[in-house]
Design a protein around this ligand. Structure first.
Ligand code: ADP
Ligand code: MG
Length: 956
């Protein structure tokens, strides 16, 4: 019943009292009053009665029937004791007597209801007087406040339970407190809490609450001993039993239940995670009904027990984990600390105290901040504040003071510990000593700075070299362009950087070096490093610079360093020149001597010839003529050597069968070297033909054989060997040749051999190890000059005591060798055909005369001219000309070649024979002449001239 209902009731009771008073004042008859009273009171849920002085009921309203279960009529006349029972009547009688004494009495008492249960009631006894004022009985008004009281006491009980549970964290104590409150509040025999083993179907009760005189059930009980209601419990249902003897589930165990003062009971299962784990129970010794309010109260208590138990378990777990944490934290050799969710540091491990020297327990709160280096405090406050506000990790590097006052660097970190709902519970932090790491980092930074300085320094140095060197440095690409160049390029060549970078570098190179440059680039493209490559660069002022290169490939790019060796070359050349001049000086002396001897032989021979002819002694004239001719031949040979040495000899390269040439020389060689030396010729089969001047090759071969002879004074063996050689890039480079096909001609002896020093100098002109007058030192230098001029090479392979091999490499001629014409004598020279005319141009009248005579002897018509213009005039005329024979060096502003070219314009295909005393190779096209042009080297035998003329004319 709610307060407002009770209030309403009160008001109605008050109205009723007023009515009763009014009725009392009315003199009306008994029956009328009673009928009216019944009318009024029957509808009220209040007990209303009238009791006379003998304590017998005279009137009961309808509610008595509801309350006591007996008809109202049956109550009338009954003694109050009989209705209330002796106990309640005994309690109430004194108050009734007071009412009979004329007092209105209000009393809080109990009334047994129809089940015999005592219910709290607010009771009033109101005396009734008769007209004389004598009290003849009293009215009873009883309001059932039982439910209100119970609700109130339950409310108080819940509050009390809350208070008690707050301080408890032992599950047994929690269970007992709840049981006690439950038991006393509901006035039952026993209340308790037990944990369930659903498999064994047992309940374990640690401690229960028992009403006075009721024994404890502490221990283990088997549900099945008391009935089958365990099934309901397992399903999570609360078992409510008002009377075990009446309940089907407990009929079998009713006696047992009664024996443990549990004829009525409530078993309320407590579930955790859906499982039946515990039980809250109420027992009552006698049968008892359980109101829904009581059950609600019990559920409330059960809920609180569950929550408290859970909390206590969580607390226990937390305590355990905290204990574990502290144990860990103390064991870790770093600083560990903890802070509240709000950021107040409230725990530090021993390491912090040991480090800081602070007394244990004194660092909580602000004391800690004092350890932080003053310069780092702002950082700490800011970062810690941010971490707390954002709930994220905290991390700073700060200095913390040590006990001795020094500061060390620490990495301070903290992480929030969160509850399941994400709320921050605490913070746990660590401080890691990073002093050493920090020092190392500083040292590293210092080193790095040093390194950077060094690098900068070296870069500057390198830049300075790049800027200031006179060497040409840069990079170039296989695409033929320079990519980067240093200032030396502009200084050396005069071109600005844009010009140098803006065009293919080939433009800068003398065309004569293009082929070689292309080869070098190709090698770089194959990844080879190139050193010592020399080419000529074209400077802006028109001069040439000779540069020696080193190039290092790097993919598509190559790095180049070039040294301008122009001056060096010039100096070398000058030195060579001066050395040569000195040598030539020496030579000229010797030559003059030789020539005087030879001239003496010639002129002497001619003189004697003249004398004998004048005397008419015409016998034995041949002797003088032979003597003169012999001297002249030796003189010619001597000049030949000199020309060869000067590398200015006029070469007349022809496709030559070298094996054949050797065969032709073999007899001569044999005679030259004498009988003590065996000659062996090993001519390679299928030897290619060589493009070479055969006369010079003969000369070279003879010289090699003479050197071999000189190296074998005691005799020995000379082997002359030929072979085909295919020189690849490497082999060619080793021999300083272009790659390609060559023939080798090697002369090997079994003589003294040469020391490395001699080998190194053997090709030097005038270098000889032979006694004065025996060696000229010109043999090998001539051979070298000839070989190089022919596009070939000479190599010496020699060891002291083992002998020597000298090899000539000669370029292959792709084609058949020409058959060499024999040395026809003049008598067998072919005669001219009718009217064939030869123009002879030479500034030397003797030569002209001699040639003219030879020609006329052969039947040719000869026309003479002394210089180029004169010769040209003849060619401009319409005189018949079958051949032009001309010297190369001519006076009159036009050399023989120019004249011949001009003549050929007028007379295309005109045959030309150049006769020349020394090399004008450039003039004559370096030995390669147009068809119909030939060269004859002075001096020559007249037969050779005649046959050459004939050959040329006949060739048409
Ligand atoms: P010459 O023969 O007049 O001395 P060369 O130029 O022909 O001049 O030779 C130069 C030097 O090379 C010789 O003096 C000699 O010392 C050395 N030489 C040349 N050929 C041979 C060889 N076959 N065996 C040993 N030494 C040689
Ligand atoms: Mg020699």
């Amino acid at each position: 019943m709610s307060e407002s209902e009770i209030e309403t009731l009160r008001r109605r009771v008050a109205a009723l009292e007023a009515e009763v008073a009014h009725l009392r004042a009315q003199p009306a008859g008994q029956g009328t009053r009673e009928a009216e009273l019944r009318l009024i009171t029957d509808a009220l849920p209040i007990l209303v009665a009238y009791v006379d002085r003998d304590y017998r009921y005279r009137f009961n309203n309808r509610h008595y029937e509801t309350w006591f279960g007996q008809g109202v009529e049956a109550l009338t006349g009954l003694h109050v004791r009989a209705v209330l029972g002796p106990d309640v009547f005994a309690q109430r009688q004194p108050f009734m007597e007071q009412a009979l004494a004329g007092e209105t009495v209000a009393v809080d008492g109990v009334l047994p209801d129809r089940d015999g249960r005592l219910r709290a009631c607010a009771i009033q006894y109101i005396p009734r007087r008769d007209a004389a004022g004598t009290v003849e009985g009293f009215f009873v008004l009883a309001i059932d406040v039982d439910e209100r009281r119970a609700a109130e006491s339950r409310r108080i009980a819940v509050a009390e339970l809350g208070d008690r549970l707050r301080d408890l964290d032992d599950t047994a104590e929690i269970a007992f407190a709840a049981s006690e409150i439950l038991g006393t509040t509901l006035g039952v025999s026993r209340a308790g809490y037990g944990t369930i083993d659903p498999v064994a179907e047992t309940i374990l009760i640690e401690r229960d609450w028992n009403a006075p005189g009721i024994r404890s059930l502490a221990g283990t009980l088997h549900f099945r001993d008391y009935g089958s209601y365990i099934e309901d419990l397992k399903r999570g249902e609360t078992v409510i039993c008002a009377d075990a003897t009446e309940d089907a589930r407990t009929a079998s165990g009713a006696e047992a239940l009664k024996a443990i003062s549990a004829q009525s009971f409530v078993n309320m299962p407590l579930t955790e995670h859906g499982g039946f784990v515990a039980l809250l129970y109420l027992n009552h010794a006698t049968a008892r009904s359980w109101s829904s309010e009581e059950l609600a109260f019990m559920r409330n208590v059960a809920e609180r027990v569950r929550a408290a138990t859970e909390r206590s378990r969580a607390t226990a777990a937390r305590r355990a984990s905290e204990a574990q944490f502290h144990a860990f934290a103390q064991a870790i050799p770093i600083h560990v600390w903890a802070a509240s969710a709000e950021g107040a540091l409230d725990w530090f491990n021993e390491q912090v105290y040991a480090y800081s020297g602070a007394a244990p327990g004194t660092l909580d709160g602000a004391a800690w901040a004092d350890l932080v280096h003053p310069d780092d405090r702002a950082t700490v406050i800011r970062s810690w504040g941010e971490a707390l506000a954002g709930g994220h990790s905290y991390e700073v590097e700060i200095r913390i003071r040590r006990g001795d006052g020094d500061h060390r660097w620490f990495l301070v970190r903290a992480e929030p510990i969160r509850a399941d709902d994400g709320a921050i519970l605490r913070w746990v932090g660590t401080n890691t000593d990073i002093e050493d790491r920090k020092a190392a980092a500083t040292e590293l930074a210092r080193l790095n700075a040093g390194l950077a300085r060094q690098v900068a320094h070296r870069t500057r140095e390198r830049d300075r070299i790049w800027e200031t060197t006179t060497d040409l440095m840069g990079t170039a690409g296989l695409d033929g362009y320079l990519k980067a160049i240093n200032p030396a390029w502009t200084r050396t060549l005069g071109w600005d950087e844009d010009t140098l970078l803006g065009q293919p570098f080939a433009v800068l190179i003398d065309p004569g070096d293009h082929a070689e440059t292309a080869e070098v680039v190709a090698r770089l493209g194959r990844g080879e490093t190139v050193t010592g490559f020399v080419d000529r660069l074209l400077a802006r002022d028109g001069s040439q610079r000779i540069v020696m290169w080193t190039a290092e490939p790097d993919g598509e790019i190559f790095t180049i360093i070039g040294r301008d060796i122009t001056e060096q070359r010039r100096t070398e050349e000058a030195l060579r020149q001066s050395q040569k001049m000195e040598a030539v000086g020496q030579l000229t002396g010797g030559l003059a001597h030789d020539f005087n001897n030879l001239l003496t032989g010639i002129s002497g021979g001619l003189e004697l010839l003249q004398t004998r002819m004048a005397q008419g002694r015409l016998t034995d004239l041949d002797r003088y003529i032979n003597a003169a001719q012999g001297a002249a031949k030796r003189a010619a040979a001597l000049t030949h050597r000199l020309l060869a040495f000067s590398r200015r000899q006029t070469l007349d390269p022809k496709p030559t069968n070298v094996n054949g040439l050797i065969g032709g020389m073999e007899e001569l060689v044999r005679r030259t070297v004498g009988p003590a030396i065996a000659i062996e010729v090993v001519g390679a089969a299928g030897l290619w033909s060589a493009l070479v001047d055969p006369n010079q090759l003969e000369n070279a071969l003879l010289n090699l054989c003479i050197n071999a002879r000189d190296a074998m004074p005691e005799g020995g063996r000379i082997t002359i060997e030929t072979a085909n050689k295919w020189l690849d890039a490497r082999a060619a480079r080793e021999r300083d040749l272009e790659p390609g096909q060559y023939l080798s001609l090697c002369v090997t002896d079994t003589g003294t051999g040469m020391t490395p020093e001699v080998i190194a100098r053997a090709f030097d002109p005038f270098f000889t190890t032979k006694p004065m007058g025996e060696g000229t030192g010109l043999g090998l230098s001539m051979i070298y000059g000839f070989a190089r001029q022919s596009g070939g090479q000479v190599r010496i392979y020699s060891e002291v005591g083992q002998g020597t091999t000298v090899c000539l490499y000669l370029p292959r001629h792709y084609g058949q060798a020409e058959e060499r014409e024999g040395q026809a004598d003049l008598g067998r020279a072919p005669r001219a055909e009718q009217g064939q005319t030869v123009l002879i141009v030479d500034d030397e009248p003797t030569v002209r005369m001699l040639v003219t005579e030879v020609l006329e002897d052969l039947g040719y018509t000869a026309i003479e001219a002394a210089d180029g213009p004169a010769g040209l005039k003849v060619m401009e005329s319409d005189v018949r000309l079958d051949l032009l024979v001309t010297d190369v060096g001519l006076p009159g502003g036009m050399n023989g070649r120019q004249m011949a070219d001009a003549g050929r314009v007028l007379r295309p295909g005109l045959k030309v024979l150049f006769i020349t005393g020394y090399a004008e190779n450039a003039v004559l096209g370096n030995g390669y002449l147009e068809p119909g042009m030939q060269v004859l080297t002075k001096p020559f035998v007249m037969e050779a001239l005649a046959s050459r003329i004939r050959e040329l004319i006949a060739d048409s």
